[in-house]
Design a protein around this ligand. Sequence first.
Ligand code: HGY
Ligand code: MN
Ligand code: MN
Length: 435
Amino acid sequence: MQRRDAVKAMAAAVVIPPAFRWQDPAWTQWRVNGERVNRFMSEMAPIGRSPEGQVRTGFSDAVIDARRYATGLMRGAGLEVEIDPAGNIIGRRAGSSADAKPILFGSHVDSVFNGGNYDGATGTMCALEVAHSLNDQRYRNRHPLWVTIWCDEERGLTGSRGFIGHITTEDLAHPDADGRTLAENIRRIGGDPARVTAYRHEPGSIACYLELHIEQGGILDRTGIQIGVVEGIVGIMSWDVTITGFANHSGTTPMDERRNALLAASELALAVDRIVRARPGRQVGTVGRFTVKPSVQNIVPGEVSHSIELRDLSMEKLESLWEEIRAEGDRIMERRETTWIHEQRPTNISAISTPAIRDVIAESAGSLGLSTQVMPSGAGHDAQDLARIGPMGMIFVPSVGGISHSPKEFTRPEDITNGANVLLQTVLRLDQRLP
Ligand code: HGY
Ligand code: MN
Ligand code: MN
């Protein structure tokens, strides 16, 4: 046998066991396991469910149960699991390239009170499915891959703010409605509040961040488009307002001697709506939380505490709307002989997604034969924090009827499978193309 033939015969005889299979050129054909990711969703559903909806709120026991379930799925996908000082869960898959920065993808598992099972959980379960699929394929990723579960997304993007070093000492001391400080809450879920203010990931420290999320609006469902490619995420400014009047007997206090905090608050809520509607554009303004004290039939309300929330892609517009609302609020308080204080809550800066990442998401969806639409996000997301330290992209899947933050929230299983496939193909493409 000629030497060359002998070498060829030897090479043909070498079997590369799957564990050592290099970048299998068939990776563009890889698909997630749709049954498995939808099983994850159905196993998540009963965690923190009440008759009125999901109550996986903040740092509750239900959230801790959901985190425990998701951590188990991380380990099942072969990820190294860690809880960072801010309380986020990070599942790592080491990369083969020593100097490649990590590619992050994930979402959150907490919900609003009486919310739905899909906001946050869909992106998290799809990220975990991608990790399982990469494990099934014994993929040799170049970049470290970090699957992230951000804590307390719904009450101010807490975990992702902590990840980029934006949680302050004052934040840590701030008590929530249950009277527990953020420091106590972070400790409760396994974080380390003593290290939070020094904990940060600097701009440029990640290769990119991807988040799959339900649209929470009705555009995709109405148009029949299968995948949303998010162009940007709105900024959110919000305030805790307390209006003080004078509680008094409802029978013996003449109408012209009342300092009724409820009437002042009601006028202010209507003023927020009127001022926001009066501007051209897609901005929104909401008074969502509204608590009357003492809230007794035969007492003139002495105090009202409520929220004011403004959202738009333009932070300048939000600032200017607030100036108008504040001036009107001062006029209302004077007229009603009441007083008010307004404490601004942490601001979520609007974020434009990275065009190159948007292109890869659209290319991935196209390779799967899925229709796409570029669109804004009216909801806030952890992705807007991650956008401050690296390239960011978001993938939307349809919300049936555009319903969200409600137990009626629903996304079809096939749309979840489509989204997970787009996420898988996008992660693969970015792993092979990013430096
Ligand atoms: O409120 C929001 O926009 C998001 O769902 N946290
Ligand atoms: Mn969300
Ligand atoms: Mn939400």
